[in-house]
Design a protein around this ligand. Sequence first.
Ligand SMILES: Cc1cc2nc3c(=O)[nH]c(=O)nc-3n(C[C@H](O)[C@H](O)[C@H](O)COP(=O)(O)OP(=O)(O)OC[C@H]3O[C@@H](n4cnc5c(N)ncnc54)[C@H](O)[C@@H]3O)c2cc1C
Length: 519
Amino acid sequence: MTTTPSSAQQAPSRRRVIVVGGGSAGCVMASRLSEDPETDVVLVEAGPDYEDIDEPAADNVRNAWLFGFTSHDWGYVSDDHIPESSNTPDFAIVEQGVLPVFAGKVTGGGSSVNATNALQPTKLDMDRWVGLGATDWTWDEVLPYLQKIENDPIGGERHGSEGYVPVHRWTADNGLRPFMQAFVDACAEQGHPVTADLNGDSQRGAGPVPLNQRDGVRQSSAVTYLKAARDRPNLTILDDVQVDRVLFDGTRATGIVLVSGEELLADEVVLSAGSIGSPAILMRSGVGPKPLLDDLGIEVVSELDGVGQKLGDHPLVYMTYEADADAIGELLPPLQTMLVFSSGGPESDLEPDLHAIPFTLQPGLMIVAVGLVRPLSMGSVSIRSRDPLEKPRILLNLMHHPDDLKRLVAGVAHVREIVASPSLEKYVGAELWPGPDVVDRGDISRAVLEAKNTYVHMVSTCSMGDPGLPWAVVGQDGTVHGTQNLRVVDASIMPVIPSVPTNFTTMMIAERCAALMRQ
Ligand SMILES: Cc1cc2nc3c(=O)[nH]c(=O)nc-3n(C[C@H](O)[C@H](O)[C@H](O)COP(=O)(O)OP(=O)(O)OC[C@H]3O[C@@H](n4cnc5c(N)ncnc54)[C@H](O)[C@@H]3O)c2cc1C
């Protein structure tokens, strides 16, 4: 049900915070901020909110074993050029020559449609943030917030056991499929370490993927954090309500304007609309690069060239193989194990920059997704007009930097060696992509460019950084430079992409920013 908060009913001593976007970060923010009974929180989400996750319309939100294609999507595509090719794997392709940019449109956002890979950022990831000026975001500072998110039965000092989000690993004791164990064995045959905990101290090697799912149910920020807060009288959830822009008095945010034209007032506005949504709202509100705002006739509130720039994402390709359906057996759960490795090879001491993840989604087919998790390429997001219903221009720029292509090609070549290892012999047949004729590095490079896809981890379009840095949009607490009472808290404020899928890092940002706001 949608209710509209009335500013007339607000007692003078109370504070009202509007959180725009109920995704991974937004649900954490709404939940933590509404723990303070003196704060009224209004969460505004463009998609539906399922109080009952078992209702039929929520099926692909509830089912953790369905991911990617979903009815709860913004329908974005990238401007990246993808040549039409008869040899490109059709998995995760909506249409040949078109690269979809999935983005959840539902409470939980990305965490309601994602693959539930619950990898945490590494210490080196946080060192890079500090190196870019986010000096408050050290590993020691963020670890307690990572622990606060999770309830991980693996235990140990590194892990939390009381968080809202349960973490599950498939093991021999609870249903690890023989084929998935064979993948880990094949990695070991190629010299990789085997680990029981990819969120442990080393964070490299082959082993079970930590997954935020329970009994096949996706444990999104909506079914965990938001659920815990739903019944609080000081939390209002407005679903199926899209926000146009922020309302300002000078440079002070005073509320938001909905697509319907209705205005909602607040003492503070937090944008948690994600790496595409947040920069788009900022630009429509007059916060962004002046030439673009001038072109579109938008009055400048704060000139920030970095809004929409520095988009980071992990490029990925889907290696596909014929598989022996009888040997593989049950196809579900489709994702259980993975390899975290370095493009320097198994013997290399270099920081891991590649992931390989086997999937089985249809009989007779095996897919290994190979993703580059320390990319150097950067893309951008910008609005095309002032119309909030017009989709933004998104350029992922995947593998624009030649080093990214080189390292992903090294990953493809190495995964071939893993797939050819004795442990996988009885499961896997002919290679369908890149295909047996694609042998030398030049041919593999061409194939990778034709089939490039995304791991769907867009970040950094409203980067944290000191004011005055050309790319900086927010300060270390999410406050938007040149404005008051306005923050961005979501994946878009990461100074640089971490070397892991981005959901837990995003929730950690929200946990920490909510704590800062409550101080
Ligand atoms: C298909 C897919 C698979 C992924 N797999 C994984 C994985 O396995 N593991 C992992 O760690 N990460 C994964 N990710 C990435 C991860 O889910 C995201 O990094 C994370 O969800 C980002 O959180 P966010 O809060 O920044 O944005 P989101 O979660 O996208 O939240 C933004 C919210 O704002 C809403 N919104 C946007 N604009 C407006 C507006 N104008 N008005 C009102 N509401 C608005 C959106 O509907 C959405 O609910 C995946 C993402 C996708 C899409």
